[in-house]
Structures are given as C-alpha cells and as structure tokens.
Design a protein around this ligand. Structure first.
Ligand SMILES: Nc1ncnc2c1ncn2[C@@H]1O[C@H](COP(=O)(O)OP(=O)(O)OP(=O)(O)O)[C@@H](O)[C@H]1O
Length: 593
C-alpha cells in the first residue's frame, strides 16, 4: 500500500499566541523586527551594489494619509519566487546558507520575525520590488491566509515597504510617540539612515557612534547614557566574538544604577548583561556590541554556547587586569574601589590567585582589635583565630579583646572560603576556627545573696534600657575586668538559660511554662558580678551614678561587640560618656546635682 504524505496545516493564530506569550517579552518588538529586516535587506543589496542607498523611513500611523504604519527600505526586495519561498513558509528565510547555517552578515535567520507584526496588526501588507522586476504585493492575514498579486502602483526604487493597519482602538504602538521611542531604543546605532516622519518633519534616529567610537570622554558618555559618573572606564575588546565595548565601574556598591546595553551588529539586544559578564562582575555596567555571538530566536538575549562562555572568561580576565593595573597605577582609587566593591573582589579572589594576593594586602577585615589586613595580622600572629558568622563575632569580640586576642570576622559572604584558600598557601600561619562557646562558657548564676545585692542595679537597668529591647541580667564571668557584654538571643539561650530551660522542662509547672511567652528575640545584656568596679557601683547605692553607669556600660558593650546601632542605641551612645563626665565633675566640685 502506498502511504500518502501530507503537509502540516499551521494554525497561525496559535503560533502568534506562542510568539506573544512565550517568545517575545512584549509586542513592542514588532518595530525592531521590521527595522532589522530592512537593514538585512540593505546589507544584501549593498553586498552586490556597494553604492546603493542605505535608507529606512518609518511613517507612523498617526502621520500617514491612510492611518497605517509604513516602513520603507532601499534593500534588495523580493521577486515572486522569493515571496513564495520565504513569505509563504513559516521559518523560511533568505538569511541562511545552503546548509541552513545563519549567514554572518545578517541579523535575522529564523524566518519568524515578520510574524511579530501580528502582535500589533491583523494584517501585514508588503510591497516589494527586486532589481529588474515588477512591484509585487503580498498580503498576509492573522487567520493564516495570504495572497500575492502585482501591485496597483509600481515602486520607483528597488526595495520594500511594509504596511501595518493595526487594530481599531489599539494603534498606540504604531503612533509617533511609541515609534520614536522604540526606534531610538533599538536602532540608534544602526549603520543606515533611519528617519521617522513626524508632523514636525523628519527625525533622524540611527547612525550614532558607540561611546568608544566617539571623541567624548568615556566617563561623560556614561553619565549621558546610564546616568552615573563612573569610578573608572574600562575598554573591552574580544576579537573572537567580534566584540567591542566599555565597562563602567559603579561609584558605589549599593543599589544597582543604570542598566547594561548589549548590541548585536549594532541592534539593541537588551538591557541585561546577556551573559557577557562573569557573575562576579556586578561592579560594572557595560555597553558592548558583538558581531559574532549568536542570538536566541527572540533576539532578546545571547545564545548560551561555548563561544559565549569563552567570551565571558576573557572579559573577566580584562576586568581583573584592569584592577591589577589600578592597584599599581592609582592605589588611592584602588582603595576606594575595594571599600565599595569588596564583595566582587572577594568573588574574584576565589578564582584567581593574583586577586587573592591583592585582597590580602589591601582589604581590611573586621577584627576584635580593630580593622586590619590579612597581611598585617599574619605578621604578628602565627595562629589566625577566626569566627565564621557575624553573630558569633559580636559574641566573642568583647571577650577576645579583654584577653588581647585578635579574632577575625570571617562571617560575610565568601570570607570562610577565601580564608581557607589563603591559609592553604601560608605554611607559616595556622588557622583556628573559634566557636563562641570556646570563649564564653563560664557565665555562672549568682548565689541568692548576690542576686539580692544586684537586684536594685538590675531594676535600674530595666528602666534605663526599656526601649533598647534587651534583657539585663547579672552573672559572674571571666575575665573579671570585663564589665558587661551584650549577647544575642541565640548565644544567650545557649549559654545563659540552659539551666533555666532544663528546669522548666520538667516538674509540675513544665507544661504551663512551656507555653509562656519568653522574649525570644531580645539580646541579653550581661553585667559581670565579679567585676570590682561594678560591685562598688552596686554598693554605693547612688541612683544618678548607677543610671549614668548603666548607659555607659551598655554603650561600651555595643561598641566592644561591634553591634550595629539602632536609632535608640545611637542616641544613648552619644549621651552616655558626656553624662558620666558631667557627673564626675559635679561630684568632684562638691555639687551633687
Ligand atoms: N524588508 C524586507 N526586504 C526584503 N526581504 C524581506 C524583508 N522583510 C522580510 N523579508 C524576507 O522575508 C523573510 C522572512 O522574514 P522574517 O523577519 O520572518 O525572518 P528572518 O528575518 O529571515 O529571520 P528572523 O526570524 O531571525 O527575523 C526574510 O528572510 C526575507 O527574505
């Protein structure tokens, strides 16, 4: 039996629906697709006829006589055979070679771009004339039908005109304001003459130079294009990807400013970095143009392949080289860069030894004895003691400081991995990871008699610190010269309340106590009942002095643990020491007020 083969029927509405909802991010892309087809047609024509005009003209729907958008080009045009092969076939394109590979010189290749016009219009009319041929009209409808016939009027010039009638009540994207905005966004760097006809006359849109092609200073161009003054401008070039560009270093590491601009053959791809940058390079904003990197079918991003991966690595190397050079050339600016962008530098240092060396020499880490570079710490300490969480650092810093021990805070992103990498390369330095319990296990409960002795001071602390959101308690701990510490809730629970919690978890009151609200998130302010000065303060019973002292002790505990200050804390820290000094002077002068 012979099997009859049939052609697929295509539900064009279904395809347009897929395009609009799953391929393109917005119907706005219709204009980019039309301009891109016009430019490709001009490229094809000028390959054979170098002196042919290179002109595209767009007449928005609100300006034209017939209320439709017109886009006219001086490109190669299509003959009847061309129309029937490419415009009658979804996926048909003249921009692939005989083996089906995309031709380098064209922006298009997939044979679907024209369909994006159905996102804004139910009908596409195309009038086209190839060299030495009559003008033909192709009429495509969103219901999936099309017709080809000789045009009513002959085009004078070789080229193509596409006409979009739009949809009634929904022509906004075809009108002047949107057309100008879209043309400027996508096409301002295209190497053709592109004119938008407006009621005020023609507006020239394309032909603009990229920042690296113009005579303006790159920093000025950054301000004009992306809206910030960069810390530095880095020229990027990667011939294998036909890539040229500039990376502008953000002046601060805070909220992202400006967006990237990635162009392919001078047409805007999008405002993400499109995979051109390594993920650690979040300290730059780039404008790049690539000739060889492949686009995805939506043309809104670059195709992730080996060439893109290699390009990303090379661009990463260029950014690293810039920083290595900056350190030599302008150490002060390098320092500013480090202060703002240390996260990015740390991410780089994880992959790159030269960057790690720079980080070790320049980056100042938080330690219990002040800020210090790893290189400086290593000069005095053979054993590098560190903690791997910021919270742990707040717990151990005051105690370590009281014992003259330098503990490094490796609690921020990448820190522990960087330390491990660095230590692995330092035969003379040993790393010691410190758990808070290694330093702070000895908070002992007070005897009942001692508790009574401290009760009044604790009452005072409750009053003074009511708005500080902490729980004052008195315990005995070492070293005795440390007067008070502020422990976060987690550490406090682990170290102070274990006995209490155990008590509560058994016995007749256990169930009731288990449900009783405890101030779970409050840090604990622990006064050291063994400290001689505190014992005297308690015994003096001088309320004014106790109040001033409690504030100063709390301020000192905040500072020693390098806790972040909330508004209440800042106000308290600002007044605590002056109050104490006033009090001391008044007392010495014999004025008890
Ligand atoms: N302005 C034009 N001048 C000449 N030919 C055109 C024009 N517009 C479209 N064509 C022809 O129609 C074909 C299909 O266009 P379409 O935009 O759908 O796909 P493409 O540009 O080939 O690929 P892509 O989907 O990547 O854009 C093109 O390959 C080209 O041959």
């Amino acid at each position: 039996m012979t099997v009859e083969r049939s052609a697929f029927h295509v539900d064009l509405r279904g395809i347009v629906d897929v395009l609009s909802h799953h391929l393109y991010s917005s119907p706005r892309v219709y204009l980019r697709e039309l301009v891109q087809n016009a430019v490709d047609a001009i490229t094809a024509r000028t390959a054979e006829e170098p002196d042919a005009p290179r002109r595209v003209e767009i007449t928005p729907a609100d300006v034209s006589d017939d209320g439709a958008l017109h886009i006219t080009d001086t490109g190669i045009g299509l003959d009847e055979n061309g129309i029937r092969t490419v415009l009658a076939t979804i996926g048909g394109s003249t921009k692939r070679d005989d083996l089906g590979f995309a031709r380098e010189s064209f922006l298009g290749q997939f044979g679907i771009g024209l369909l994006s016009c159905f996102l804004v219009s139910d009908e596409i009319r195309l009038l086209t004339r190839a060299e030495g041929r009559p003008t033909l009209e192709w009429n495509g409808s969103a219901d999936g039908t099309y017709a080809v016939r000789p045009a009513d009027r002959e085009r004078r010039e070789v080229g193509t005109e596409v006409v979009l009638a739009g949809r009634s009540g929904d022509r906004g994207l075809l009108e002047t304001e949107a057309v100008l905005e879209l043309a400027r966004q996508f096409a301002s760097h295209l190497p053709v003459e592109l004119v938008v006809v407006t009621t005020d006359g023609p507006v020239e849109v394309a032909g603009q130079a990229f920042p690296w092609e113009s005579d303006d200073a790159l920093a000025d161009r950054c301000e004009a294009e992306l809206g910030f003054r960069p810390l530095d401008s880095i020229r990027l070039s990667e011939p294998a990807a036909g890539l040229d560009g500039v990376a502008w270093v953000l002046p601060s590491g805070g909220a992202p400013r400006g967006r990237h601009r990635v162009y392919a053959k001078r047409m805007l791809v999008g405002d993400s970095d499109a995979g051109v940058l390594p993920e650690w390079a979040f300290f730059v904003r780039t404008v790049v143009d690539t000739d060889h990197l492949r686009l995805t079918a939506s043309r809104e991003s670059l195709h992730e392949d080996e060439v893109l991966e290699e390009t990303r690595d090379r661009i990463g190397a260029q950014l690293r080289d810039w920083l290595l050079d900056l350190v030599q050339r302008d150490p002060e600016r390098a320092r500013v860069f480090f202060a703002e962008h240390h996260l990015a530098v740390k991410a780089m240092a994880l992959q790159d030894d030269a960057m790690l060396d720079i980080l070790v020499d320049l980056f100042e880490w938080e330690t219990s004895t002040g800020r210090s570079t790893l290189a400086d710490v290593a000069q005095v300490e053979r054993v590098l003691t560190y903690v791997t969480s910021v919270e742990d650092f707040h717990q151990v810093a005051p105690i370590a400081r009281a014992q003259d021990l330098t503990v490094l805070n490796a609690g921020y992103a990448y820190d522990d991995r960087i330390l491990a990498r660095w230590l692995a390369r330092q035969p003379d330095v040993e790393g010691r990871h410190l758990a808070p319990s290694d330093l702070t296990t000895e908070f002992t409960e007070l005897e009942p008699q001692e508790e009574d002795r401290f009760a009044a001071l604790l009452d005072m602390a409750h009053q003074v610190l009511a708005r500080a959101g902490c729980r004052p308690v008195a315990r005995g701990f070492s070293p005795t010269r440390l007067q008070a510490v502020l422990l976060s809730n987690r550490a406090a629970d682990q170290q102070l309340d274990r006995a209490v919690v155990l008590d509560r978890s058994s016995g007749p009151w256990a169930a009731a106590l288990a449900t009783q609200d405890r101030p779970q998130d409050l840090p604990t302010f622990v006064l050291n009942a063994r400290n001689p000065a505190l014992r005297r303060l308690v015994d003096l019973g001088d309320e004014d002095l106790q109040r001033a002292a409690v504030e100063a002790l709390y301020a000192q505990a905040l500072y020693a643990g390098q806790h972040p200050l909330r508004p209440f804390d800042s106000a308290l820290v600002a007044r605590a020491l002056p109050n104490l000094i006033d009090l001391a002077i008044n007392r010495t002068a014999g004025d008890p007020a």
